[in-house]
Design a protein around this ligand. Structure first.
Ligand code: SME
Length: 189
């Protein structure tokens, strides 16, 4: 079966839930193929929709289904006050506000640079929302020099994420940043 067979059928077939058609055992094991498929899937899910809220919600659900060995995935959004606010996510309940000066998420927002953390216990200021987390990848979402927020993924395994994950998730974050109309969602305060 070719990759195209896995692409989400799109809004016209929303009555058929994606998880009915795409079961975990069908996700590619090789990261290049996995992230290529995820880019197709996310683009299909976003087709005809530019509002950030449903697109981030579906993106977090898609990554939760597709990525192995993670315990949290979701978004923190820039309030415009040097602070991040919890957005759509999958996993256990999480801290709501993160100042830019704190945590892995704050570092990604402050530096506008992906944070690939091999062992969170060795990252100064790491915020342990879930004590099960041992490694983390945080990717900033930036459009036209505007920091929109960050994509945060946690794993219970030390060293879960590598450069292939970083590249793959940066491409997905770019798709979200570019494909949404961020003026449709006032995120302040
Ligand atoms: N660990 C993050 C906080 C968010 S939770 O992982 C969901 C950090 O240090 O910024």
């Amino acid at each position: 079966m070719g990759l195209a067979a896995y692409v989400h059928p799109g809004p016209e077939r929303c009555g058929t839930h994606m998880s009915d058609e795409i079961r975990m055992e069908h996700w590619p094991k090789e990261k290049p193929a996995l992230y290529s498929l995820l880019r197709q899937q996310l683009a299909a899910l976003m087709e005809g929709e530019t509002h950030p809220l449903p697109n981030l919600a579906n993106a977090s659900a898609l990554l939760w289904q597709a990525l192995e060995n993670i315990n949290w995935v979701g978004f923190y959004l820039n309030t415009g006050k040097e602070e991040l606010l919890l957005g759509p996510f999958q996993g256990k309940t999480a801290c709501i506000r993160i100042p830019f000066e704190k945590g892995v998420c704050g570092a990604a927002a402050r530096e506008r640079c992906t944070q690939l953390v091999y062992d969170v216990h060795r990252f100064p200021g790491h915020i342990a929302c879930d004590s099960a987390s041992n490694s983390e990848l945080v990717v900033p979402l930036v459009k036209a020099d505007r920091l929109l927020g960050v994509l945060d993924i946690d794993s219970p395994s030390i060293g879960r994420f590598d450069e292939e994950d970083k590249g793959g998730l940066e491409a997905l974050a770019a798709l979200l940043a570019e494909g949404c109309d961020w003026n449709r969602w006032q995120m302040g305060s």
